[in-house]
Design a protein around this ligand. Structure first.
Ligand code: ADP
Length: 255
C-alpha cells in the first residue's frame, strides 16, 4: 500500500513537472520562432543579435529537457554501485578548470572505498549541481569545500535512516546563504531565485537521486555566511560478503 502511495505521489509530481516544463519550453520556443521570423527582413547587425537570442533560448531548452530526463529516470538502481571518492576526483578535475580564478575548490576525501547504490552519471549530476549552485552563490568568489567521509550511524533519530555504515558527502560554500523561505522550497521542481538563468530543477534532481539511493540530504545555511549540503548514502556491501566489512579501513582522511 505504501508502495502504491509512493508511486501515485511520484506520478503526481511528474505530472506537475511535465506541465511546468511544457510551459517553460513553450516560452523558449516562442522566443526562437519570433526571432527566426524577423531575421529575413533585418540588416546584418540586428540579425546577428536575433541569432544569438535563438541560440541562447535553444540552449536553455536543451538544459531544461536534459534535466527533466534525469529527473524522470530516478528509479532505484539496485544492481549498480559506484565509489563516491572516484566521482569526487573526477568532478574535481572537470570543475577545477571551469570554475574561474575567483573560486577555490578544495577536496578532502575519506581514505578508503565508499561504494554507494547509484551510478556514476547520477553521482556526477549531484556533484555538478551542488558545485554550480555554490559558485552561483559566490558572485565575488570564495571557497567551495567538498568532503567525503564514512559515518557509522546508530539509531539516534538525528537522520531518518536505519543504523549502519554510510558514506557522507558535504559541499560547502561561503556565499550568500539563503533565507528560511528559500530553504523550505529548495527541493521543489522549478523553484529558483535565479530568474531567467535558473531552471529550478537542479536540487529536485539531486533529491530524487539521493532518495533512489536510499539516502538522505540536509541543508544548513546562514544568510551572508554560507551553505552546506550534506548527503548521507548507505554503503553497499557485496552480496557474497554480506555480514563482513567491505571496507575495513582506518578512519584516516587525506586532503
Ligand atoms: P537553480 O540553480 O536552477 O535555481 P536549484 O534547484 O539548483 O535550481 O536551486 C534552487 C534555489 O536554491 C536556487 O535558485 C537558490 O536560490 C537556492 N540555492 C541552491 N543552492 C544554494 C547555495 N549553495 N547557496 C545559496 N542558495 C542556494
Amino acid at each position: 500500500a505504501t508502495d502504491r502511495a509512493a508511486r501515485t505521489a511520484r506520478l503526481e509530481s511528474l505530472g506537475q513537472l511535465a506541465g511546468g516544463v511544457a510551459h517553460d519550453f513553450n516560452n523558449l520556443l516562442a522566443i526562437i520562432l519570433n526571432c527566426a521570423e524577423f531575421i529575413a527582413d533585418e540588416p546584418g547587425e540586428q540579425a546577428a543579435e536575433d541569432l544569438a537570442r535563438i541560440r541562447d533560448a535553444a540552449q536553455r531548452g536543451q538544459a531544461l529537457t536534459s534535466q527533466l530526463l534525469l529527473f524522470a529516470k530516478r528509479e532505484p538502481t539496485q544492481d549498480e554501485s559506484v565509489d563516491l571518492n572516484s566521482a569526487v576526483a573526477g568532478a574535481r578535475d572537470l570543475l577545477g578548470r571551469t570554475l574561474g580564478a575567483s573560486i577555490t575548490l578544495r577536496c578532502q576525501t575519506y581514505d578508503g572505498a565508499l561504494p554507494v547504490r547509484t551510478d556514476r552519471g547520477r553521482l556526477d549530476q549531484i556533484l555538478l549541481n551542488l558545485v554550480i549552485n555554490a559558485r552561483d552563490a559566490m558572485p565575488d568568489g570564495g571557497v567551495i569545500q567538498i568532503d567525503t567521509d564514512r559515518v557509522d550511524l546508530a539509531e539516534d533519530g538525528t537522520l531518518p535512516l536505519p543504523p549502519g555504515h554510510y558514506a557522507q558527502l558535504t559541499v560547502s560554500d561561503n556565499g550568500i546563504g539563503m533565507s528560511a523561505e528559500v530553504r523550505d522550497r529548495l527541493f521543489e521542481p522549478f523553484f529558483t531565485t535565479k530568474a531567467q538563468k535558473g531552471t529550478g530543477l537542479g536540487l529536485a534532481t539531486v533529491y530524487g537521486i539521493v532518495l533512489a539511493a536510499e539516502g538522505t540530504i540536509r541543508v544548513d545555511s546562514t544568510p551572508g555566511v554560507g551553505t552546506t549540503f550534506r548527503i548521507v548514502l548507505p554503503i553497499v556491501t557485496a552480496p557474497a560478503e554480506a555480514g563482513r566489512e567491505l571496507t575495513p579501513m582506518p578512519g584516516r582522511r587525506q586532503g
